[in-house]
Design a protein around this ligand. Structure first.
Ligand code: ADP
Length: 221
């Protein structure tokens, strides 16, 4: 699913350059379930942004699902993102004025799916996360755990082969976090490839594989 070779990312601005990725070579097989751990500032989010085609690397090679994405411009990266990757973030990132149903359906709008099909698929996606009964509620009317389940429904609605999760339980109490993790585990059992960033050892232990970042490099254990 993922092959990177010697990925580099340099942030330049304000007169000084920061080497956030210093040669990351990583392979993630189809169906794998990988935790990326490491101290703050070690490059986890930068790696996630590059793997998620949200940001381009400064150097090195990256192929996602067999496609070399290193040379794509912003339109090409957006196309890969919308077809291949589901994102789950620590802060849920739901749109506050949209209902649960509208939030879940959003990625289909970008793909040009007709309204009626969008609604039907979003209803099914909410059923899958146990929130069909909350479909007309706004994010502010739901608990953190429920909001994250809506975010997962949104991430999965296009049936992407890869799920990227950045501290998905970071803002949740342990009961809601446990529920989200069990759901992520069930996705893994269903064959979705998952890459999850966490600084929580308990979360990392539940993944199949652990990749540790240090100073922009990988230390695999
Ligand atoms: P982590 O997610 O492990 O905390 P990051 O990927 O956020 O690490 O950061 C890696 C390094 O890159 C840090 O030194 C950070 O300060 C720097 N960095 C991250 N984003 C930017 C940016 N947009 N501009 C400049 N430096 C950045």
């Amino acid at each position: 699913m993922i092959v990177t070779r010697n990925l580099q990312k340099v942030y330049s601005g304000g007169g000084c350059a920061v080497e956030a990725l210093r040669g990351v070579s990583l392979e993630v097989a189809d169906g794998d379930f990988v935790a990326i751990v490491g101290p703050s500032g070690s490059g986890k989010s930068t790696l996630m942004n590059v793997l998620g085609c949200l940001d381009a690397a400064s150097g090195g090679y990256y192929a996602l699902d067999g496609e070399d994405v290193t040379r794509l411009g912003s339109d090409g990266l957006a196309r890969v993102r919308s077809r291949k990757i589901g994102f789950v973030f620590q802060n849920f990132n739901l749109l506050p004025r949209l209902t649960a149903l509208e939030n879940a359906a959003l990625p289909l709008m970008y793909l040009g799916v007709p309204l009626r099909e969008r609604r039907e698929r979003a209803e099914q996606a909410l059923r899958n996360v146990g929130l069909y009964h909350r479909r007309s509620h706004l994010p502010a009317e739901m608990s953190g755990g429920q909001q994250q389940r809506v975010a997962i429904a949104r991430a999965l609605i296009t049936q992407p082969p890869l799920l990227l999760a950045d501290e998905p339980t970071g803002n949740l109490d342990s009961a809601s976090g446990g529920e989200i993790l069990r759901f992520v585990e069930s996705l893994h059992e269903g064959g979705t490839t998952i890459v999850l960033i966490t600084h929580d050892e308990g979360v990392a232990r539940r993944c199949r594989r652990r990749v540790e970042m240090r100073d922009g490099r990988i230390r695999e254990l």
